[in-house]
Write a protein that binds this ligand. Structure first.
Ligand code: A2P
Length: 269
């Protein structure tokens, strides 16, 4: 006779490296941010990224590299994402709700870290679109302000609405009970749009090469003696920025060989 052995299958299969979504904010029809629980053991350096995602229909995890947008002292993790309607991950990820689970591999890596830069006076953050994310972390890290006298955040998007996540974050910092005293008087913000009229316009590359940003901020041009840079955006932006910064005499650094600037590609689909 046939013996049937019963095995118990859990009703909701537990994802490997599962974390729980705690909040979601939709900024535009193309942009959203969300917060998740943080694994107890996860330590990271501001500016690093981790692999996050969802379980695919084939039962395999669908993961992409996402910069951690929250500071290392935060008890949750924050991410800032594009929504691509036919994107394999973001077409689904954009629908997450508080209480849902995502997969998060707790292995932070990346080149946009303070340790990859030599000491200096001014630190520049150059971002397009969701390339703001690693700087959302670095702007909230006290060490950023301990290492540099002045921090300048340049962020460029097509439209005003796409700047909003960054703008609200920057504007909240001087009043922040934890980080406010470090930020006050040291962080300068230079947002621009390229396709919608706003107070300040133009690509980051153009505003640097023309000298407009230096004139607007009343500061001397970028020099390898004083200035350090971190770049995060599309591949084309990163390539063009490397040329611009090399033109000012800055050299690309790495964790193992710190220099005057570092670059990382923002997640784009
Ligand atoms: P532009 O509108 O002139 O293309 P996207 O939404 O396509 O990712 O672009 C985000 C922002 O980055 C836009 O303001 C865009 O300007 C700008 N941008 C795109 N490519 C470059 C580049 N190679 N150099 C400087 N800025 C760029």
């Amino acid at each position: 006779s046939l013996t049937v052995t019963e095995i118990s299958i859990p009703k909701t299969p537990t994802l490997p490296d599962a974390q729980t979504v705690t909040s979601v904010t939709h900024w535009t029809d193309r942009l959203f941010s969300f917060r998740v629980t943080r694994p107890q053991s996860l330590r990271f350096r501001s500016g690093e990224f981790v692999m996050i995602g969802l379980m695919g229909e084939n039962g395999k995890p669908l993961l992409r590299a996402y910069s951690i947008a929250s500071p290392s002292w935060d008890e949750e993790l924050e991410f800032y994402s594009i929504k691509v309607q036919d994107g394999p991950l973001t077409s689904k990820l954009q629908h997450i709700q508080p209480g849902d689970q995502i997969i998060l591999r707790p292995k932070p890596v990346g080149t946009l870290v303070l340790d990859a830069l030599l000491p200096g006076k001014r630190l520049w953050f150059f971002a397009t679109g969701t390339g703001l994310a690693p700087f959302a972390s670095l702007m909230r890290d006290p060490e950023t302000y301990e290492r540099y006298d002045e921090v300048i955040m340049m962020h460029t998007c097509r439209d005003v609405a796409e700047l909003e996540y960054g703008r609200q974050l920057v504007e909240s910092l001087p009043e922040d009970p934890l980080i406010g005293e470090f930020v006050a008087g040291k962080l300068r913000y230079y947002p621009t749009t390229t396709r919608e009229d706003s107070a300040q316009m133009g690509r980051i590359t153009d505003n640097l090469t023309s000298g407009k940003v230096f004139a607007d901020l009343g500061i001397p041009p970028i020099s390898p003696d004083t200035d350090r840079g971190m770049v995060c955006g599309s591949l084309a932006f990163n390539t063009d920025m490397k040329q611009v910064l090399e033109g000012f005499g800055l050299r690309e650094g790495a964790n193992s060989d710190p220099a005057e600037y570092v670059v990382e590609k923002a997640f784009v689909g």
